[in-house]
Design a protein around this ligand. Structure first.
Ligand SMILES: Nc1nc2c(c(=O)[nH]1)N(C=O)[C@@H](CNc1ccc(C(=O)N[C@@H](CCC(=O)O)C(=O)O)cc1)CN2
Ligand SMILES: Nc1nc2c(ncn2[C@@H]2O[C@H](COP(=O)(O)OP(=O)(O)OP(=O)(O)O)[C@@H](O)[C@H]2O)c(=O)[nH]1
Ligand SMILES: [Mg+2]
Length: 462
């Protein structure tokens, strides 16, 4: 049965540097070439299907009839040397949502069918390029929020769980072969099969490997990162610091104290560790402004929920006595004093009074970007000290774990049966049940409901 040729946008639906339209299936190359020309002045296909080499990038243009749509790069990957194991073609356009969807529409019009979520990876699985644990790891990679999770997903994509499971299957297949031979030649051959030895192999070879796999934990806690709240008196430069840390112009900045009222946050990865930074309203004794008071209440709630507080002060202005009370509030959490505006001469030599709670002090200029690297390094160190170490190795997910536990039960039952003199043709059923559970993990003979549940998790274009 010939499979259809599918197409989808493989990149997010947001402005970016590059957007990719991906095709897979027997007509992938022909369809991609039908909208592609290597010359800017002619819509006629100038690269032949046979002439397009595998794994080579071609520069050219996409046309909609005679109208130029975009200057692009095209790559063809021939079956079976591709992600899906089928012919694959990719058109790399400029990364605007309008241009990427225009190019996707063109290939759909030229005969491709829209891909379902996860269908590229599903085809890689159905074509035997990857097993189910590797397909799941592709989804884990997309969802990974820390470098630890990235490394564990990469290990699993490369087959770490697949190999462990297939090692277990091989041991059990050897054992089953011996038992089946013993069953068949029961009367002729004597003493070639020992139930005690078989039980011993299960206990000393198979179960420890299985337990080793079950003992591996996923890196969910470690490298989870931290929620960092930026707090302090008004006008200290908190919003300027947020913008500097995120590298975008996220929050309003002005020289008027009390500019920020709502919480403003953004996520950023520092050395692979995820951080959510939250900017807050400046804290000061009641100014009589009801809205500002609501903002300050939100700031305090955010501080309560923070993993870590950056207490920003205007080092050039120094700290009034009212800052002392704020300082004590912040010190309920791990906190860092950010002495801002260190570009100004008045900020030189700034230190918080020694009577106030001790904390690391980092001198920065949020406006000019001075000291930001040192601040980020300190944050990564502080968060790293709170985190549980992770192995970066692949570890079973809950689906694998359930199957491994059931497999262990079946093997314990088989071991007991063999030791208690249960006939081999009965004991072998437990071992077969154990193998079935392992096959479930790798996806051999997995039914459509299991597969649907797994590939539903994916986004379109993956
Ligand atoms: N542009 C682009 N980037 C991507 C992907 C993709 O499909 N397209 N990937 C997908 O999600 C990931 C990479 N995965 C891939 C896996 C296998 C092959 C491949 O062509 N394998 C052949 C050839 C190997 C070789 O010649 O060295 C093979 O294994 O036979 C390509 C990408 C991440 N980056
Ligand atoms: N010289 C200098 N000025 C800065 C620096 N950081 C911020 N400023 C200025 O200080 C003023 C206040 O900055 P904001 O970032 O709005 O201060 P804020 O702490 O968010 O203030 P509120 O939202 O009112 O609490 C602005 O005029 C900034 O340009 C700095 O590092 N050096
Ligand atoms: Mg502000």
């Amino acid at each position: 049965m010939e499979r259809s040729t599918i197409a989808a946008i493989a990149t997010p639906a947001a402005p970016g540097g590059i957007g990719i339209v991906r095709l897979s299936g027997p007509r992938a190359v022909a369809i991609a070439l039908s909208v592609f020309s290597s010359r800017p002045d002619a819509a006629a296909a100038s690269l032949s299907e046979a002439g397009a080499e595998s794994h080579r990038m071609y520069h050219g243009y996409v046309f909609d009839d005679d109208a130029l749509v975009d200057e692009v790069l095209l790559v063809v990957m021939r079956a079976p040397r591709s992600y899906t194991g089928e012919d694959v073609a990719e058109i790399h356009t400029h990364g605007g949502p309008a241009v990427v969807s225009a190019v996707c529409d063109l290939v759909l019009r030229a005969g491709a069918e829209p891909a379902a979520p996860g269908e590229f990876t599903q085809r890689a699985f159905l074509n035997g390029r990857i097993d189910l644990t590797q397909a799941e790891a592709v989804a884990d990679m997309i969802e990974a929020a820390s470098i630890e999770q990235v490394k564990a997903a990469a290990a699993q994509v490369s087959g770490e769980i697949r190999q462990a499971v297939s090692g277990l299957k091989q041991s059990l297949a050897g054992l089953m072969a011996e038992m089946e031979a013993a069953i068949e030649f029961d009367d002729q051959v004597e003493g070639s099969f020992s139930p005690e030895k078989a039980a011993c192999r299960i206990e000393t070879e198979v179960l420890p490997c299985l337990q080793d796999l079950l003992d591996r934990r996923r890196a969910t806690e470690a490298g989870r990162g931290a929620t960092v709240v930026i707090a302090g008196p008004p006008n200290a430069g908190k919003s300027t610091l947020l913008n500097r840390l995120l590298g975008t112009d996220r929050a309003l900045v002005s020289e008027i104290p009390g500019t920020t009222r709502d919480l403003v946050d953004g996520r950023v990865w520092v050395s692979g560790t995820p951080f959510v930074f939250t900017d807050t309203a400046g804290l000061r004794p009641d100014s009589g402004d009801a809205v500002e008071a609501m903002g300050m209440a939100r700031a305090r709630t955010a501080m309560d929920q923070a993993d870590l507080i950056l207490f920003v002060v205007d080092a050039a202005a120094g700290m009034g006595p009212e800052s002392g009370a704020l300082f004590c509030e912040a010190s309920a959490k791990p906190f860092v004093v950010v002495a801002n505006k260190s570009d100004l001469p008045e900020a030189r030599g700034f230190m918080p009074p020694s009577a106030w709670p001790a904390a690391p002090v980092v001198h920065v200029s949020a406006l000019h970007g001075l000291g930001i690297k040192e601040l980020k390094n300190l944050l990564v160190r502080m968060v790293g000290e709170q985190a549980v170490p992770a192995s970066g190795r692949a570890a079973p997910n809950p689906r694998h774990r359930a199957a491994l536990v059931a497999c262990r039960e079946a093997l314990v039952a088989a071991g007991a049966a063999l030791k208690n003199g249960v006939p081999a043709d009965v004991a072998v059923l437990d071992i077969r049940a154990a193998v079935d559970r392992l096959n479930e993990i790798s996806g051999e003979g997995a039914g459509p409901t299991v597969l649907d549940a797994i590939f539903e998790r994916f986004c379109i274009g993956k």
